[in-house]
Write a protein that binds this ligand. Structure first.
Ligand SMILES: Cc1cc2nc3c(=O)[nH]c(=O)nc-3n(C[C@H](O)[C@H](O)[C@H](O)COP(=O)(O)OP(=O)(O)OC[C@H]3O[C@@H](n4cnc5c(N)ncnc54)[C@H](O)[C@@H]3O)c2cc1C
Length: 458
């Protein structure tokens, strides 16, 4: 019995954590801080951070391929950053955004907002107030709301084309799903997380895109993992969880079997479904995992220039392209402006997968927005989360209508010795980095409480 470094084939650990993203590492850190030394973190990839990943651009400069922004109300991740001494800085948004549609180009100042009218925001706030983010399926009118997509609802509002377009685009960038796929109940639960404010969810100024991390978001996980030392095992995918209904659960990995009294599964339900369970999980949980959207990967690119030259022309680097590959490009330059960076979310399937062709296509689009200087980036990076490896499956979860009222109840309850964590299980800000941290704190507490109950805590 004892530490994770002891032979795990024979020894029994207090806790095995699966996944070294923000959720799993937060849980591990909490266990350690509570005095529990008998745990291990099992990570499939050869790196930590999960859906946060820094491209290394040289000279200490990074650009994020995954999660990157935080904002007001996201106190769990902000607290973690403070504890780890990771500084933050404001997202740059001053100046005009460029909107491209075919050959036309319009530059407009959105002042860090999403360009919607306040009346619609107020209507959504009113609806969101009745949809608790922890258990949206318990809303009084859950069944009615969950019949609709957000797109259905938007259509009924009689919005001007531009307003509808930008509201839909904002939701797509936040959830990974177009309004026509997105359950209204689910989207309202996200607005509920954001203090019932669409602006707080979707805007840069005063919203969840307001702040960035110096050194990139992955640095939080890298720092946590460093403190945990050899308790984090990389390149160690979990293939099977056996005996989850017994006192000691067996976790089968490519590096052998780990036996533990509690298992914290810190990954999204689609990833949970890639693991074999013996015996099979209860039907409700199995259906939740099987039906969880696993087709919502995102692709993000990075163009690096000598400096953010677009700022000299009063442009903020943001581009929305109607009917083209760029859903949104934005200025992702480092705080010292040692280089200028344009990152982009590109629509899946609309850009060549070959990096050279992708770079050329995007450079030509940026040249339409910012002039010829955009044609010659110093570096190009490309990260398509659906293609690089099998360890993400979905970036942010766009739950369809009908999902939460039917399967939501199976998201949180632990099953035997298995505790579910990962941002999707968070009470607040599910889907975001903040939610991941919250879910890690909660899972560690659950594990410690269960072990204390058994009289087994280290
Ligand atoms: C492109 C993109 C943009 C985003 N933008 C933002 C943003 O700006 N702000 C924000 O707050 N959030 C954003 N997010 C979401 C945010 O990154 C995630 O919510 C958060 O990082 C999830 O953390 P997690 O620990 O719950 O899950 P993950 O980070 O997914 O961690 C799960 C871990 O489990 C590992 N794993 C998977 N299968 C196995 C297995 N069988 N065995 C062992 N290990 C396994 C994975 O490799 C991974 O390391 C974005 C995500 C993406 C991809």
């Amino acid at each position: 019995e004892g530490t994770a470094t002891a032979s795990t084939d024979r020894g029994v650990l207090d806790v095995a954590i699966i996944g070294a993203g923000l959720a799993g590492l937060t849980a591990a850190r909490d266990l350690k801080r509570a005095g529990c030394e008998s745990f291990v973190v099992l990570e499939a990839r050869d790196r930590v951070g999960g859906r946060t990943y820094n491209h290394d651009l040289g000279n200490g400069v990074v650009s994020e391929a995954g999660g990157q922004w935080i904002g007001p109300g996201q106190t769990a991740i902000a607290d973690l950053a403070r504890e780890l001494e990771v500084d933050t800085f404001p997202t740059f948004y001053a100046g005009k955004t460029t909107v491209l549609a075919g050959d036309s180009r319009v530059a407009q100042d959105f002042h860090g907002g999403i360009g919607t009218d306040d009346a619609i925001g107020a209507k959504l706030a009113e609806l969101a107030r009745g949809v608790p983010s922890r258990e949206p399926w318990k809303a009084r009118n859950a069944a009615e709301l969950d019949k609709l997509t957000y797109g259905d609802w938007l259509l009924k509002q009689g919005l001007k084309y531009e307003d509808g377009y930008f509201m839909g685009l904002a939701a797509k960038l936040t959830t990974g799903g177009a309004p026509a796929q997105l359950g209204l109940l689910f989207y309202l639960s996200m607005i509920n997380s954001a203090g019932n404010s669409l602006e707080q969810l979707e805007s840069t100024k005063g919203g969840a895109q307001e702040t960035r991390f110096v050194g990139g978001s992955q640095v939080l996980s890298i720092k946590m993992a460093k403190d945990l030392g050899d308790k984090v095992r990389l390149s160690c995918p979990v293939r099977k969880i056996a005996g989850w209904n017994r006192d000691v659960v067996e976790v089968h990995t490519d590096q052998g079997v780990v036996r533990a009294r509690r298992v914290i599964v810190a990954m999204n339900p689609a990833l949970c479904q890639q693991v074999v369970y013996d015996p099979p999980l209860p039907e409700g949980r199995t259906q939740l995992q099987r039906r969880w959207p696993a087709n919502a990967p995102m692709r993000k690119t990075v163009h690096v220039y000598d400096k953010p030259f677009w700022r000299d022309d009063g442009l903020n680097g943001q581009i929305f392209q109607v009917g083209g590959p760029v859903s949104m490009a934005y200025d992702n330059s480092p705080p010292d402006l040692s280089v200028g960076i344009i990152s982009a979310f590109v629509s899946p399937g609309s850009l060549p997968s070959d990096p050279k062709a992708a770079k050329r296509t995007l450079s030509a689009i940026y040249a339409k927005a910012f002039g010829k200087g955009a044609l010659r980036p110093k570096q190009f990076h490309d990260h398509d989360w659906g293609r690089v490896d099998p360890w993400t499956l979905q970036c942010i979860h766009p739950l369809p209508p009908g999902f939460l009222t039917k399967w939501g109840q199976f998201l949180h309850p632990s099953v035997g010795g298995v505790i579910w964590s990962g941002t999707e299980t968070a009470d607040l800000w599910a889907g975001s980095m903040d939610g991941a941290v919250r879910s890690g704190h909660r899972a560690a507490l659950q594990a410690l409480a269960a072990l204390a109950h058994q009289g087994k805590v280290a």
